[in-house]
Write a protein that binds this ligand. Structure first.
Ligand code: KG4
Ligand code: ZN
Length: 340
């Protein structure tokens, strides 16, 4: 750890959360998230509304992060921001703001890959939290991504499996929509699932080669199942909601764990970390704890506040780039598709 205090101000605006955080030598001083409620009524994120909301939120969110951290702007060492992947309009707000602020303060600018940051969240300095050792496998599971990544160093990452269509978060959210549950449905499916029977209904698992995933067929299977059952009994969903949610969650978790098992076998690495919004799911968290007991894996499960989109994870990635003096040029642009 360096002698001097390195204060990173981090900005995240890749989707529908406007977030800012301040970290001092990898430890969080503040972590502010403004979640945009406007999308709920549309059942999904509306890109144009997201970028407008980012424009409204970004100044107050950054201000709050600095005040909470008790840090003056002149004591910030560098600005880290999400360059991509994400929605272009949303990314542009954070990118432009970060560039202007770093330029105005005459401090380094550090670009961060959002998906790398979901993984590096495990390196935030936290009491009682063990950090993974290299090499480890990371499974990033969110509303936009589903990947298995082999991580050999902070910024040496290789995607060894990913979805060929929908992300796992979409499988949760789209199944929820079919059941009439409001967006984002993942957390509510999780809540109902905890009181339901996971084996009440059987859904098919997709057959995809290697370490890749597919979830589009799953959503269609849920749709056909619900259409068939409600034809026989219009109150089928109301009567069986908890069991349906538990069965959906059980199947999705099974798909994820099957691929992780395969990845552990193929790489010989049995240290597994998860990240992204779906890593908040109680089923996957339990499945990994079980894997530690059953198969001797060492699993890293993030704190809830670092699962969904946040700026603390951008800050920790920025901090490790700062240590390597890996700074960005001011001509840098946002990138909606941005590989790990
Ligand atoms: O990482 P994230 O905040 O944003 C993206 O980068 O996509 O992930 C959001 C996704 C949504 O699909 C949401 O339904 C899902 O994470 N999610 C959950 C849970 N909490 C959030 N899915 C299942 N169970 C949960 N408890
Ligand atoms: Zn994310």
């Amino acid at each position: 750890m360096p002698d001097q205090k390195i204060n990173i101000l981090a900005i995240e605006s890749s989707c529908d959360d406007t977030a800012a955080a301040v970290l001092c030598n990898g430890k969080i001083l503040s972590n502010i998230v403004a979640t945009q409620e406007v999308h709920q009524q549309y059942g999904g994120v509306v890109p144009e509304l997201a970028s407008r909301a980012h424009q409204q939120n970004i100044v107050p969110v950054i201000h709050q992060a600095l005040v909470k951290a008790n840090i003056d702007k002149k004591d910030v060492s560098a600005i880290a921001f999400t360059r991509g992947p994400g929605l272009m309009g949303s990314l542009l707000v954070g990118t432009s703001f970060a560039k202007s602020l770093a330029m105005g303060l005459k401090i380094p600018l550090i670009e961060v890959n959002h998906m790398q940051a979901h993984i590096l969240a495990h390196f935030i300095e936290e009491p009682d939290f063990q950090k993974p050792e290299f090499p480890f496998l990371a499974m990033t599971i969110s509303g936009g991504h589903t990947q298995i990544v082999k991580v050999t160093d902070y910024f040496k990452m290789e995607v060894i499996g990913e979805t060929i269509d929908d992300a796992v978060g979409e499988a949760f959210d789209k199944s929820a929509k079919i059941l009439g549950i409001s967006y984002p449905g993942g957390p509510l499916i999780d809540k109902y699932a905890q009181e339901g029977d996971p084996k009440a209904f059987k859904f098919p698992k997709p057959k995809v080669d290697g370490l890749n995933f597919s979830f589009s067929g799953f959503k269609t299977a849920v749709l056909y199942f619900v259409q068939r059952e409600t034809k026989n009994d219009p109150e089928f969903i109301d009567k069986n909601l908890k069991d349906i949610c538990a069965s959906i969650q059980y199947t999705i978790i099974g798909i994820l764990i099957d691929k992780l098992k395969k990845a552990v076998k193929e790489t010989g690495i049995n240290q597994v970390a998860i990240g992204g919004g779906v890593s908040a799911n109680s089923g996957i968290r339990q499945a990994l704890r079980d894997a530690e007991k059953k198969w001797g894996w060492k699993c890293y499960i993030p704190k809830f506040e670092y699962t969904t989109d946040n700026a603390a994870m951008i800050g920790i990635a920025g901090y490790h780039k700062y240590l390597k003096k890996d700074f960005s040029d001011f001509s840098i642009t946002a990138q909606s598709r941005y590989k790990i």
